[in-house]
Design a protein. Structure first.
Lengths: 353, 353, 353, 353
């Protein structure tokens, strides 16, 4: 592979779903070239052994993870590894001048104690972590521009925060009234063999899990919500597993401070809030999103309702958990970091049905 | 067909999903015999033309709907018709001495104005309606025993009310804090050809509909909740369509009045409340229901969590929308009406997976 | 548990899907009582830890596998273990007087060399294997009556052989023209965590595997077909994985010897062949089976077509892979072994849809 | 809309799935601009009323179908109408100088009597029909270049013919031994409300339909096969409905004339045959396609196996039924017609999973 005028990028952890989405997206991206694909257990294998359908277009041998090789060869590095590994690699990569986009949870928390509580890994990379920014461009676009290290948000968090942000930022809802009932396809669990993610188990059924604050995305959502509100707050977050492959729908409930607000007011506020966000689409009055409208795109669709009987606002937020909820968002952050057009190389229209 | 010592029963509206579940259940019921199967557009057809897989076991010709014939032949009549038709038939059937179990919405409301508002049908059968009871045996078992006419609950309502009833009856939650986020398989929409229920449309996706109090089950749920609480109250109810055939999960959120209550307290209360309810299974601490655990049974599984960070109780309720949510509940009501064992002829164990 | 007048039965390997189906079926069976449930990795756990939905009805502690304990306590033993383990247990159990129904492949082959070739396990239990019968009652009912040991057929084999048997037994088709294109739900892969059986992988897609004679069910099907035809023959068998939980459809193609035969002739032949088979339902002219018609039942539905343009017969055979294709068939064999009504305790009507 | 240097194109029948795929593809196509979107029942509606997720990117008002308007405004016209309507429009559009790509069956048959037999519509447009070419570029690329009117192939036919063509063209298989066992997602039935395509009916199940030559795609496949073989022949074609939205897998069986051929020989032949076909990907030895590898792309993946026990070749062919099986293929034909790069505007990499 020769880089030409394209920027050389590397992907560490290419065997998982995050990795394969990144490859799919970056293959179509006009400004980069994938020059390194690394993995641990898959090192030495041709990529097509893991994903045969890509063999005709992309088939490098997966290399073992060697930070010197990576930083020599790549200007931008995506880390798509299980939680707790990126924090051992990012300090060296950043020190060597790489721009690093981490898809794991390692750089999502400003408070590393919170991270350690939930992810059971002690951290020593305080300086590196202090440089990281939370990679949700719709909220932190300007901060992303300046950084070398981005902690890309979790999929549930992306869907939930895009629904909640205008409400919290504008102080429209009663504190701590927010309830997020989230529904995810099973690809969110990754490509690991687990009994509960088998089609035979997860097909044909719906259930909640990690109820009552027990999901790792709760502290991540709360940290950003607290930042938006200007003080600490708690939200109720309940994830559910859906019998489908891709997509997240977050149905968010909150009590309005001003019961006089109607749906049109909220739509005006949401449209204004996301005026310069190319990937957030606020739906018209009475239209609520389907997750598959966002499938294969980096879009987030928002539907907004107000129930004046109960003084609640209800916001429905739909994304593709593997794109806007993961790899697409990382590419969006890369575009911003590099000063490129934010939408570069990112699909904006789904195939339907 | 000769009735022997079995009680002769009839099914009006046998072509829909409610009808075919009833036939499946009543074929295995030891105390009844199906002696009449009637329909409108399907009259004259052999039943196996509609449901070929049943042809080997049950294949009467569908008769046209003639109330005299029905009341002459049947002691018990199940009405499985679209909303707004049962109220034209039930008065005569009851007058002729039939026990009537209606699966539509027609006899679910004590306040017929509420019915007319939501179902756009004027009502004149006040006397008949006044005799009807809401057929949720776990709440109204004793009333069902005395009546000739049962309005069997909607599927969403059954799942929601079984989750909420102990909280409201015991006054455990703050008024109007209840939010029901409900998820249903598409069979709930019936066997009518509709674009939005096509597999191509509803497959692979999740979305909400009739948000903000706009679903007909909202007034039905509120009427029963108000009855339980002893005064009028409103709940938030949001239905979602799932990419699966059968099953409903209702995730119910409410704020506890006493923030000192913990999960074990709630489990004790739920177990006590449903002590004599053979079809409600309160799950142990930390176990949350899957809808397919209830598939093909008349069970309702309840999982209970308390979030002491937010002072909320979260109850998850899973049923088979076509059995406990429809035809099985009607059979359960019949058993009670007739003084039979409540569980007679009703399946209690699912096939898993 | 006290056995009363019920026959005490044991299940070895209760944690898999075969085990949980057996428990579901035997709980409803009027002549037996489950007195032993054993497992290897799950020993010591309450059964409800594996299958929480059954906890309310059945929750023994899983015992470790001790053949003396089993044979002391049980008159009938079901072995639901991975291939290659039953042949180490069955000799002793049979010697101690137990009736053994093995759900694995260990006793499906009269020729143990074929077994060893495909399952890579050397066999020494020649005497025990010689006593075993292939547990497909529709073909070998009379032989099953006499035996102590039944090798229950594979799921693909059951669907395929019930479609092919009348053609081969009556010599109606050209030798070796038979092609079986089989489609299975993913539960056939069992409850083991495997990447290719994840919902994220197997959802939303269809593909063939083990093409061109490479599936272990090929020699099993060929052995029975050869027995039916009276001499060795080969068939083409191609399995496909479907995006669904349960069910197998085998579409079988074969060239008719007599091109003058029409569909009605074939239907007559099939109806005669299965006249005394209570679980095989030959569908009327022009009706072809859906797998879900058989779901939750021990039925096999057969649809028969003749294409007089091509002189081929096409037979479609639908079963529930976990019931008629596995545990239900084992119960059917038990009923025959014990001289009970063949249909005892076996469901014959599906819930639809 | 102003056309600039882009070619103005129109879509007639934009409300169906074919229409919405075309719009999705043509929106990304660098050489065309959609200047007309027409429909019958949907005329006067904004397009977003039918497909709300596209509203942010594409939202013209659907116009009524007026051939003068269309031919005045458009240089290229796609007809995505039910069978039997295009043949009333194409003559006038072609006469006025439009290039017409018809997605229906109307121009797929050189023999209009065959068309009339199967589609029950008398034809009078002999001259126009004689100018049409069958739009399968991999077989008729050179003919497509010269024509004004393309009859785009059916989805089942595309998958089947790409699998069979090398075998027939090279005379490798015994005549009339070909059997096509095809599996399709339900989107192939279109966006019409039909009971059998409901998720409640088609979910969770597999079944065959139109067995024994009764499907309209049989004569279409046979006509092309006969053309390839140089004389009339018949094939066995059996369609099956899968519980999934998109995708077709055709599993094709045929007996080899030369039993000495092995898999590697066949792979060499297939690779040579499709050397200049940018959308056909022949998979390596032992790899068989999944339909979702092709989802959202214009690719056809072919897996080839030889069973030397039975002297059969087995070819598995996977496409996206709505893209390579319909609208993508029409765009590919347009590219060829216009002398553009064949792959222009057509996606070549799926998102997986």
């Amino acid at each position: 592979m020769s880089a030409g005028e394209r920027i050389p990028v590397g992907i560490v952890g290419a065997s998982g779903y995050g990795g394969v989405q990144l490859i799919r997206l970056l293959q179509d991206h006009p400004r980069v070239e994938i020059v390194y694909v690394g993995g641990d257990s898959s090192a030495g294998k041709p990529f097509s052994e893991l994903y045969p359908h890509l063999g005709h277009a992309f088939n490098p041998t997966i290399e073992k993870i060697d930070l010197d090789v990576i930083s020599d060869r790549c200007q931008i590095v995506f880390l798509g590894l299980p939680n707790g590994l990126a924090c051992d690699m990012a300090p060296q990569l950043v020190a060597k001048g790489c721009k690093v986009l981490d898809l794991s949870a390692d750089y999502r928390f400003q408070n590393l104690e919170t991270y350690t509580t939930w992810y059971r890994k002690e951290r020593t990379d305080y300086d590196t972590a202090a440089q990281a920014v939370y990679g949700l461009p719709e909220l932190y676009r300007n901060k992303i521009r300046d950084r070398d290290l981005v902690g890309c948000p979790g999929c549930y968090c992306t869907a939930s925060l895009l629904a909640l942000a205008p409400l919290l930022k504008q102080g429209l809802i009663q504190e701590e009234s927010a309830i997020i009932d989230a529904k995810s396809g099973t690809s969110g669990a990754g490509r690991q063999a687990k009994v509960n993610a088998l089609l035979a188990e997860a097909g044909n059924t719906v259930g909640a899990y990690n109820v009552a604050g027990a999901h790792r995305h709760t502290p991540e959502i709360e940290a950003v919500c607290s930042d938006l509100a200007g003080h600490d707050l708690r939200v109720q977050f309940t994830p559910h597993l859906m019998p489908m492959v891709r997509g997240i729908l977050a149905t968010v409930y909150a009590t309005l401070r001003d019961p006089g607000l109607v749906r049109e007011d909220l739509l005006t506020i949401y449209n204004a809030f996301y005026r310069s966000a190319p990937f957030v689409k606020v739906l018209p009055n009475g239209v609520y999103p389907q997750t598959k409208w966002a499938a294969g795109t980096n879009l987030c669709y928002l539907g907004v309702a107000v129930d004046n009987r109960t003084d609640r606002v209800i916001v429905m937020s739909a994304i593709d958990n593997m794109i806007k909820g993961q790899s697409g968002q990382a590419v969006q952050c890369m575009n911003i970091l590099m000063g490129w057009e934010e939408t570069l190389g990112l699909p904006q229209l789904a195939f339907y049905p």
